[in-house]
Design a protein around this ligand. Structure first.
Ligand SMILES: NC(=O)c1ccc[n+]([C@@H]2O[C@H](COP(=O)([O-])OP(=O)(O)OC[C@H]3O[C@@H](n4cnc5c(N)ncnc54)[C@H](OP(=O)(O)O)[C@@H]3O)[C@@H](O)[C@H]2O)c1
Length: 256
C-alpha cells in the first residue's frame, strides 16, 4: 500500500514496487490520476493495482483504508507517504491547515501502521516506510508544524524498529531533501520562487525512492537520500542550532 501515490515520491514508490512484481493498493484524493497510474502499471508490469480514493484528513476515510489494510492478508509493504507543506509562521497559518497536517502526517500513518502490524508480526515479514523529511534536521522559522509532524515520524520509526525487529519487520523514516515533485507547485506556494534553490540540491523522485529501497535492505532506520543532503543535515543542522542558541531573546515586558 502506498498513500499519496497520485504524484511525486508516492507515485515513484508505486512504480518501483510494481516493477518488482508487487500487487498494489494506491491511495490519494485524485481518483482520476490514481486510475491512470493503475492502468499504466497493470499494462506495463502485469500486477494487480487497486485504487482507493481517500482523504487522510477524514477519520471515516482513514477507517475505510484501515479496513483494507486488515483485510489484506499478505500486506508486505506500507509506504506512508502522503503529505503537504504550508507557507508562513505558525501563528499565521490557518488552524484548519495545521490540524489537517497533523491528521495526514501523524494520525493517518499511526492508524495504518497499527492496522498493518499484527499481520506483519504474525507473518514475520513486513516493510514500513514513513516518508518524513530532511527539514527537521534544519530548524528554520516557517516550518514549525511541518518539522514537528515529520519529527514525530522520525522518532516513531526509530523506536518502532526496536519493537518489531525480532519479528522480521523493517521500518524506515525516509527523510528527503528538495525533490522534484508536485509538492512545490500547489497554490500554497504560488508566490514562492523555488528557482533560487541551486540545481545541485534537487533530486528526482525516482532516485530518492531507489535509494530508500536499497537502504531498507541495509536496515537503516533514519535514511536521508543523497550525499549532499546528508552533509547539509549534519553540518548545517548543527550550525543552525548553534546560531539559534546565540541569538539574544528579548526579555518579557514587565507589563505582561
Ligand atoms: N518534494 C520535496 O521536496 C519533499 C521533501 C521532503 C519530504 N517530502 C515529503 O514527501 C511526501 C510526498 O510528497 P511529494 O514531494 O511527492 O509531493 P506531491 O507530488 O505533492 O505528492 C503528495 C501526495 O500526497 C497526497 N496527499 C496530500 N494530502 C492528502 C490527503 N489529505 N489525503 C490523501 N492524500 C493526500 C497527494 O495526493 P492527492 O492530492 O491526490 O490527494 C499526493 O499524492 C510528503 O509527505 C512530503 O512531505 C517532500
Amino acid at each position: 500500500m502506498v498513500t499519496g501515490a497520485s504524484s511525486g515520491i508516492g507515485e515513484a514508490y508505486a512504480r518501483l514496487l510494481a516493477s518488482l512484481g508487487y500487487d498494489l493498493i494506491i491511495v490519494a484524493r485524485r481518483k482520476d490520476r490514481l486510475e491512470s497510474i493503475a492502468k499504466d502499471l497493470q499494462d506495463k508490469y502485469g500486477v494487480l493495482v487497486t485504487v482507493l480514493e481517500g482523504d487522510l484528513c477524514s477519520a471515516d476515510d482513514v477507517s475505510a483504508i484501515e479496513e483494507k489494510v486488515r483485510a489484506t492478508a499478505d500486506l508486505s509493504v506500507l509506504v506512508n507517504n502522503a503529505g503537504f507543506g504550508t507557507l508562513g509562521q505558525f501563528v499565521d497559518v490557518d488552524i484548519s491547515k495545521t490540524l489537517d497536517m497533523i491528521s495526514v502526517h501523524v494520525t493517518a500513518p499511526t492508524r495504518l501502521i497499527k492496522a498493518a502490524l499484527p499481520g506483519m508480526n504474525a507473518r514475520r515479514e513486513g516493510n514500513i516506510i514513513n516518508v518524513a523529511s530532511a527539514a527537521p534536521f534544519l530548524p528554520v522559522s516557517g516550518n514549525v508544524n511541518y518539522n514537528g509532524t515529520k519529527s514525530y515520524l522520525i522518532a516513531f520509526s526509530e523506536c518502532l524498529q526496536l519493537e518489531v525487529k525480532d519479528a522480521g519487520v523493517r521500518v524506515q523514516a525516509l527523510c528527503p531533501g528538495f525533490t522534484r515533485t508536485g509538492f512545490h507547485s500547489v497554490d500554497e506556494f504560488k508566490n514562492v520562487d523555488f528557482s533560487t534553490i541551486p540545481a545541485f540540491m534537487w533530486m528526482p523522485a525516482d532516485r530518492v525512492v531507489a535509494q530508500s529501497w536499497r537502504a531498507l535492505g541495509k536496515k537503516k532506520v533514519i535514511f536521508i537520500p543523497g550525499f549532499i543532503n546528508r552533509i547539509i543535515c549534519t553540518f548545517f543542522g548543527g550550525l543552525f542550532r548553534y546560531l539559534a542558541s546565540k541569538r539574544p531573546v528579548r526579555p518579557p515586558s514587565q507589563n505582561t
